[in-house]
Ligand binder design. Sequence first.
Ligand code: EPZ
Length: 421
Amino acid sequence: MAKYLINPNGPLHGEVEVSGSKNAVLPIMAAALLTEGTCEILDVPVLLDVDVMCRLLRSIGSEIKEFYDHNTIEITTKTIAQEEAPNELVKKMRASILVMGPLLARTGRARIALPGGCAIGTRPIDLHLKGLKALGARIETEEGFVVASAARLYGSNIYLDSPSVGATENIMMAAALAKGMTILENAAEEPEIVDLANFLNKMGARIKGAGTDTIKIEGVKQLKGTRHSVIPDRIETGTFMLAAAITRGDICIKNVVPDHVKPVTAKLKECGVHIEDAGDGMLVDARGKALVATDLKTLPYPGFPTDIQSQFMAFLTTVQGPSLVIENVFENRYMHVNALNRMGAHIKIEGKAAMIEGGRTLRGTEVFATDLRAGAALVLAGLAAKGATEISEIFHIERGYSDFIEKLRKVGANIVRIEEL
Ligand code: EPZ
């Protein structure tokens, strides 16, 4: 198994370019199933999760050409060989369930292995199923699979119990080919929803309101292939913002949509970090600043993103003063706390709340990544710690960050990837 070995190397400094968004490209790749035409997707990040989605689409019947030198992939699905997402792929990547809506809309049937919970919670799919049922699908479960079937899908009014990103995406994709109008309320408003809606509209869908809590989808008969460039990854952007902050350095982050990281910018400014727009990017400067602690609670967009909670917490352990973090989106997203405390942090968890003492000097030690963003938080902690930090189980991290250590090394990090025999 591979590991990261990180040694302190002072404040990070320089320029880094963010890749395309993992959480935008995965639903967009699934949406390509909705047409027999060819979809050309640009600015695709080179990630393990993208490879898994390619494997899944190929098993369904897609022909995929990958031009990773130009970060472009072409997907053409002339016929559907099997309407199924097998357990071995769903287990690897929960986002596999995003083929359910497109398969149901395209063929009238989808058989998806029920995704198990993962490190950050049980993560049910009840809202996905509620929405597809409202569109006319019959939902059955058999031996660990959920089967959705419908001769035809019909538009419907759907109110989501909570603004689930995946459920919003699955319902939007299915409703695009339903007969009649669907109004989806209490929908997720994330930028990745907007990117997916833009892609679908380029295919000929009629979707309005993406990015707000009410999305209207007027079903059409057919969708065609199109060409689309994926938005930059706002979570990778936030991770590099925190890398500058935790090392008291200064990084110019390129290929950024400042609006997409507003909650992170606001919170870092509260702590005293200087942030300014710099052309097509942003400058994050924590050099020589007297930083102060702040409190943080995660919420669906446009609230503070849960995917940046662990990275921000790592930073707060190094800042003077107490802080309180409340994780409202997932029920178990403090898997990084144990490792941070072993590195010298002082964090206490009480239910959804984590109380951080702050002002600590982190010390390098051996830790392991439990999930994607917890792993990223440990990398940041290692960059700021005294002494060497060794992180194992790094496949979690490489699922979601493209060329992560190359980018970190470009701004001065002393981090190497070592294969453990
Ligand atoms: C997406 O996951 C992202 N993944 C996650 O990013 C992100 O943390 C999450 O949205 C929230 O922003 C992708 O886009 C591929 P949800 P998703 O449905 O769609 C509950 C990362 O690190 N829920 O909005 O699975 C659920 O249990 C990943 O890149 C239901 O109860 O998130 C959770 O507590 C991690 N029933 C909350 O809603 C449902 O049917 C948010 O889940 C669906 C969800």
